[in-house]
Design a protein around this ligand. Structure first.
Ligand SMILES: C[S@@+](CC[C@H](N)C(=O)[O-])C[C@H]1O[C@@H](n2cnc3c(N)ncnc32)[C@H](O)[C@@H]1O
Length: 326
């Protein structure tokens, strides 16, 4: 029953993010139900139930009839803080929540149920709208920030001098790595419309002198070279032939001894525990033509294109990295 009605709780949180409940309380809280409802522009009929449901879901605290953020929602869901990860929930709300309503149709037909349902390229369609571009790249930061910190902590960066994140979006992962390791330089590679978004993100962290943006298309252009290349949530976007092509291009761009780090919600080898990874793969059915994969799947593709060694290491939550050494 909890699973079956899970969308009630999910949509309550997504609407709270959309309505900026957490940002409002961080700025002006604690507030009583009338004050908070008025600030958010809510009709009184549902407001109290909405706020108290968020208390019951442990997304808000209430003391003496006044609502405030919990320490966690204050840290991660206040859009004014650099620790904000709600971008990925904004996209879930604005896009995925509706698209997942057609999961059954996707399962029956094998066809995407996103913006590309009526044809067209996923990223071209999404990036034609500047608001959606900003929202999507911000969402990627929410999805990958914690993995970026874990990659910064777990990989042997002292053996390498440069790193480029291929398909970097805002650049949250190279920013996390460069913040933790002063000796590293490099940057991000992504489609040209992402350049101003990357530049403003890394500038915010004082990293613009060490992290540069290279515009390009990873199918049409050679990949830039660095000691370490990263691909986060890139391979899962594409069909098998394209996955193999991207791995080949990364191999070609690396120096001997260089490393490719692929991180995703890597599915466990037995395909029965990492529910988020498996649901992410269904999400790729909804989104486009891609699919998620296990560590051995990825290591096999890496070996096929020439990587001499590879290993899988858990990062955080559902995410792991597969590292290939040339
Ligand atoms: C799913 S997002 C992953 C973003 C980031 N690596 C992360 O994990 O947070 C895919 C990224 O690949 C980029 N991308 C898509 N197609 C591309 C192409 N043909 N050439 C270069 N970048 C591309 C998108 O702009 C987007 O930033």
């Amino acid at each position: 029953m909890q699973l079956g009605f899970g969308f009630w709780a999910s949509k309550t949180l997504l609407s709270a993010v959309e309505l900026k409940v957490f940002g409002t309380l961080s700025e002006a809280g604690p507030l009583n139900a009338d004050e908070l409802g008025e600030r958010l522009g809510l009709h009184p009929r549902g407001a109290r139930d909405f706020f108290d449901a968020l208390v019951a879901l442990r997304m808000l605290d209430r003391t003496g009839g006044r609502y405030s953020n919990t320490p966690e929602t204050d840290l991660f869901l206040d859009p004014a803080k650099p620790t904000y990860v709600g971008g990925v929930l904004e996209v879930s709300n604005a896009r995925l929540y509706t698209f997942w309503g057609s999961l059954t149709e996707g399962l029956r037909t094998g066809q995407p149920q996103s913006e590309v349902k009526t044809g067209g390229d996923f990223f071209e369609t999404l990036y034609a709208d500047p608001e959606k571009l900003a929202q999507f790249t911000g969402a990627m930061t929410g999805l990958s920030r914690a993995a970026g910190d874990a990659i910064a902590a777990k990989f042997r960066w002292r053996d390498y001098g440069s790193v480029i994140d291929i398909g970097c979006a805002q650049g949250a992962v190279p920013a996390a790595i460069a913040t933790a390791h002063n000796h590293l330089s490099g940057g991000g590679f992504d489609l040209p419309p992402v350049e101003p978004i990357f530049n403003s993100y890394v500038t915010q962290f004082g990293l613009a002198d060490r992290l540069r943006f290279t515009p390009g298309n990873f199918f049409d252009d050679p990949l830039p070279s660095a000691d370490v290349l990263i691909m986060g949530h890139i391979l899962h976007d594409w069909e098998l032939d394209q996955k193999r092509l991207l791995l080949q291009k990364a191999y070609d761009a690396l120096p001997t001894g260089g490393a490719l780090i692929v991180y995703e919600a890597i599915i466990d080898d037995d395909r029965r525990h990492n529910a988020f990874g498996l649901l992410m793969s269904l999400n790729m059915l909804i989104e486009g033509l891609g699919f998620d994969f296990t560590g051995p799947d990825c290591r096999g593709w890496m070996a096929d294109v020439g990587f001499s060694e590879s290993y899988v290491e858990h990062l955080v939550g559902p995410d792991s990295m597969v590292v290939g050494i040339k």
